[in-house]
Structures are given as C-alpha cells and as structure tokens.
Design a protein around this ligand. Structure first.
Ligand SMILES: Cc1cc2nc3c(=O)[nH]c(=O)nc-3n(C[C@H](O)[C@H](O)[C@H](O)COP(=O)(O)OP(=O)(O)OC[C@H]3O[C@@H](n4cnc5c(N)ncnc54)[C@H](O)[C@@H]3O)c2cc1C
Length: 306
C-alpha cells in the first residue's frame, strides 16, 4: 500500500478532521465531485437523469458505525421511506446499506430485523437490496446476517472484497446458497495477514473471483463493482463466450468516476448502475475515495483556491 493511501485511510477515521472538513465550504465543494447533493432528493433526481440515459442506479445514505439504538432506528426508517420514494417515482433504483449504519455494533438482532424489513419492502417492487462490506472485523457478522436474510428474501446481495485472503471461501458459500455478489477490490486499511498489500495481487484475485461469479450468473444476478476497464473487458468477454443473458450480470460504478465509460458500456448493451451516495456524514467515505487515487487530493486543493 502506498504511503499516501495509508495516510489517507488513517485520516478517514479521524473524528476531529471529519468535523473540521464538514464545516468548510471548500470541502463541501470538493465532495460534490462524488455526490450530487447531501439530501436524498438530489440522489433520486440524479437517478432519474441516469434512467433517461438507460443507466440504472443504487442509492446509499452515508454514515457508519452508529452508537445508539435511536440512530440505528432512524436509519432504518429513512431507508424505508427511500424505498417508498423510489417506488413512487418508478425509478430503476436499488438501495445499498452498511450494517454498522443500521446498528450492527449496537444490537445485532435489531440490525438483522432492520435488514429484513428493508429487504421485504424492496421485494414488494421486485427491487434489490445490497449490503456493503466494511472493515475485515465486520465480515463474519455481515455474511452471517446476509445468509439469514437471503434465505427469506432472494432479491438481496452482498458485497465481497477481492483483497481479502478469505474471499474465495466466502464467495463459494454465497454462490452455493444461490446468493448475489457485488465484487469490489476493497477500500479499507487491512494488514497483510488479512489482505493483499500489492494492488497487482488484488487485481489478479479479482479476475479469478469474477470467473467463479460468471459460472453462477445464469442462476443468480452477479455484479462487478469496479472502474478498472481492463478487468471489466475480461468480464465482458467471458460473459459473451458463455452466452450469458444480459440481465444476469451488471457493472456498478461510483457516481462521478469514469462517467463517460459508464455511458459507453451501457451503449454496448452492458447493464450498468451508478452507485449514488448522499448525506452529511461524507467524510470517511470521501477520504476513502481520495485514497483510491491520491491524485484526487489535487481536486481538493483546487476547490480550496477556486
Ligand atoms: C459500486 C461500488 C461499490 C463499492 N462498495 C464497496 C464496499 O461495500 N466495500 C468496500 O470496501 N469497497 C467498496 N467499493 C470501493 C472499492 O473497494 C474500491 O476501493 C474502488 O472501487 C476503487 O477500485 P477500482 O475497482 O475502481 O480499481 P482501481 O484499480 O483502484 O481503479 C481503476 C481506475 O479507476 C479510476 N478510479 C478508481 N477510483 C477512483 C477514484 N476514487 N477517483 C477517481 N478515479 C478513480 C482510476 O482511473 C483508476 O486507474 C465499491 C466500489 C464500487 C464501484
């Protein structure tokens, strides 16, 4: 891991920096590059614009590691409203949630109950509910919860991180249960015993895992969450060789990253969704985006002077 990436990922956990940044106009300007606005209305308006271009979306409210049952309950209530708004506006939009935002650290049973409620509400409109994956110490609890929810609600999927050494086994278990995976490279700071420190190893692991997911794609939706165009081309070519139906796999990218390529892929008949984040708790998430491409720090500097 590069020094710049390590420093940024450490900074992403600073409550002091979060507070300082959130109050600064330049930081709010810079963050706009990766999110259309802080409120859900802005996210759904952006989703409607993408929909007109034939691109689907996934929305997520920023926030993680809540500390009280009241906060967790408010997040659950918020997402239930969001699912209703998506339905009312007839948007091709799914929802993705972080379990620590729904109180995983506070009360696991209540968190499970919340995810069940959201999955049930999403299923009413044949929509999909995604579960993000966070730091490695949350993976066991996240997958245990996912397997329980998936047994009742098939239209649910979980994110897995290619950089973790354990992921091939986790993937096999999810696929054996008929589950859906959104494969990403992994965005957190993890020790080498747990995750590949070298990007090339993560990329190679991603390619291997992607092939296993394509084996399962005729039976369950599989998703490739990456901006790595070389990897995506391998996935596309493999899906074509296998003559997979177009709706059996999707590419998900983040709002504001490789926008032209999102459109180009959709124009080639690939099912593309943009993950749109919103909310005021953007600091840790935003710094993870900077860490993915430390050159992005220059956009922050430009916002400071511009
Ligand atoms: C839909 C989606 C959902 C995700 N969900 C999770 C999750 O639940 N848990 C988790 O740990 N991680 C998640 N991530 C983040 C992921 O783990 C990676 O950190 C992130 O996607 C960067 O890796 P990459 O696959 O794009 O490949 P990279 O090899 O890092 O990037 C490929 C190319 O994409 C461009 N690029 C990548 N990131 C940026 C950026 N921030 N700014 C500008 N250009 C960029 C660059 O041109 C780069 O050369 C998600 C990512 C996506 C797309």
């Amino acid at each position: 891991m590069s020094l710049a990436r390590a420093v940024l990922l450490r900074a992403s956990r600073s409550a002091w920096l979060a507070d300082q940044f959130r109050r600064r106009a330049f930081a709010r300007r810079a963050v706009r590059r990766f999110m259309p606005g802080e409120d859900v209305g802005a996210a759904l308006d952006a989703a409607a614009t993408f929909a007109r271009e034939g691109i689907g979306s996934v929305v997520t409210a920023l926030g993680e590691r809540v500390r009280t049952p009241e906060e967790a309950d408010a997040v659950r209530a918020h997402y239930l409203e969001v699912i209703d708004s998506i339905r009312a506006r007839a948007l091709p939009t799914h929802v993705s949630v972080k379990l620590t935002h729904l109180g995983l650290d506070v009360n696991e049973a209540r968190c499970l109950d919340a995810v069940r409620a959201l999955a049930a509400r999403a299923a009413e409109t044949a929509s999909f509910l995604w579960i993000d994956i966070e730091e490695s110490h949350y993976v066991d609890a996240t997958l245990a919860l996912y397997h329980r929810v998936r047994a009742e609600h098939p239209l649910t999927g979980v994110c897995l991180q290619a950089y973790l050494h354990r992921t091939p086994e986790d993937l096999e278990r999810v696929l054996a249960a008929g589950g859906s995976v959104r494969l990403v490279k992994g965005a957190y700071r993890e020790p080498p015993e747990i995750a590949y420190p070298r990007k090339a190893d993560t990329d190679a692991a991603y390619a291997r895992l992607a092939e296993r997911m394509l084996d399962a794609a005729p039976r369950s939706l599989q998703v490739f969450g990456t901006h790595d165009l070389a990897l995506l081309e391998r996935v596309r070519a493999s899906a074509e060789r296998r003559a997979l139906p177009e709706d059996s796999w999707e590419v998900h990218m983040l709002y504001g990253i490789r926008t032209a390529e999102q459109r180009a892929l959709a124009a080639r008949g690939v099912a593309v969704r943009v993950l749109i984040s919103y909310g005021s708790q953007w600091f840790p998430w935003y710094v993870r985006r900077l860490a993915e491409r430390p050159a992005n720090v220059w956009f922050v500097v430009k916002s400071l002077v511009g």
